[in-house]
Design a protein around this ligand. Structure first.
Ligand code: Q46
Ligand code: ZN
Ligand code: ZN
Length: 306
């Protein structure tokens, strides 16, 4: 098997692109595709102040590596944020790894303790609410905290490491639940307004398998261990289904996302924009919400009541 670019021995086979590549040309190809996403969806402009959410997993650390390399070319400011969720040993492990990577890639960062910010750790909230599937609560709290802090610290963009598989999983889930509001948020750029900071997802068109390859080739040390609360999550089944589809018919993942962007999303928008969602401000914390009190303030009030 020879590299399609240089003719040396190829170590990587990308069926979706019908390419065989050596490590060097895979890395170039990977970076070029992310740059193309950034340009195509106008994710980054010179002078931007970008806060990147880093969890210690392969996606956010790969994005940290790529954005740290691009910041001089495009001329934007980059800073990292990691939330200490207080999930016992698991949190200690990812915090150690993110610190090493922030230093390696020379990116300023802040580690924020959820206990200090909200008064409770994720473990305490989950125990108190006795939920079988804690990820929806944890996800809502993380999104809330990231937006709130990015806004309060004066960043105009919040970058996350969502990849192609993550977006397709959310798309499938929202289709099954009939949750069109969630589906409409699936785009590499989610424009903000007022207290809602613009969100960007530069890895939106990159399959998870490519991110694993890239991080291994580049020697990025990431946490492979899964969060203890992720056991039994339906996400694994959805992802397995998507992988089977891709194996049967290479490039179906990307085609699925592109058809959604080009055909289904505009159709949904033209239908639902006739019923726009009115954004209010939470009467308790002042952050944007579609209700009187935001979901995170409701969660915290419930945990405080015990
Ligand atoms: S940290 Fe939180 Fe994840 Fe753990 S509780 Fe679920 S959402 S799995 S990415
Ligand atoms: Zn090559
Ligand atoms: Zn609130």
């Amino acid at each position: 098997m020879k590299c399609n670019i240089c003719g040396n021995i190829a170590s990587i086979k990308l069926d979706y692109a019908n390419l065989r590549l050596c490590n060097l040309h895979f890395v170039n190809y990977f970076k070029r595709r992310i740059k193309r996403t950034i340009e195509k969806y106008k994710l980054i402009n010179p002078g931007d102040k970008i806060l990147i959410a880093v969890s210690g997993g392969k996606d956010s650390l790969t994005l940290l590596n790529i954005l740290s390399e691009l910041r001089e070319d495009i001329n934007f400011y980059l800073e990292g944020i990691t939330i200490d969720l207080g999930i016992e040993e698991y949190s200690n492990k990812y915090i150690k790894i993110v610190k090493e990577n922030y230093e390696k890639f020379k990116v300023e960062y802040k580690i924020i303790s959820l206990k200090d910010e909200l008064g409770f750790t994720i473990s305490e909230i989950i125990k108190s609410m006795k939920r079988r599937r804690p990820c929806s609560i944890c996800g809502a709290i993380k999104r809330y905290m990231l937006n709130k802090l990015a806004y309060e610290w004066g960043f105009n963009k919040l970058a996350t490491g969502h990849n192609l598989d993550d977006l397709l999983y959310i798309l499938l889930r929202s289709y099954i639940r009939g949750d069109y509001k969630q589906a409409l948020k699936l785009y590499p750029l989610l424009p903000g307004n007022d207290r809602l900071v613009t969100r960007i997802r530069p890895l939106a068109e990159i399959p998870e398998s490519d991110i694993i390859l890239y991080s291994r080739i580049k020697g990025i040390n990431f946490l492979e261990e899964k969060c203890p609360y992720s056991k039994g999550s339906k996400g694994f089944t959805y992802r397995k289904l998507l992988d089977m589809l891709e194996q049967e018919s290479p490039s179906s993942k990307l085609s699925m996302l592109r058809s959604f962007y080009n055909i289904y999303k505009p159709a949904l928008e033209s239908y639902y924009l006739k019923r726009p969602i009115k954004l209010k401000y939470c009467k308790s914390c002042g952050m944007p919400t579609s209700n009187e009190i935001c979901s995170v303030c409701k969660i915290i009030a419930r945990v405080q009541r015990g």
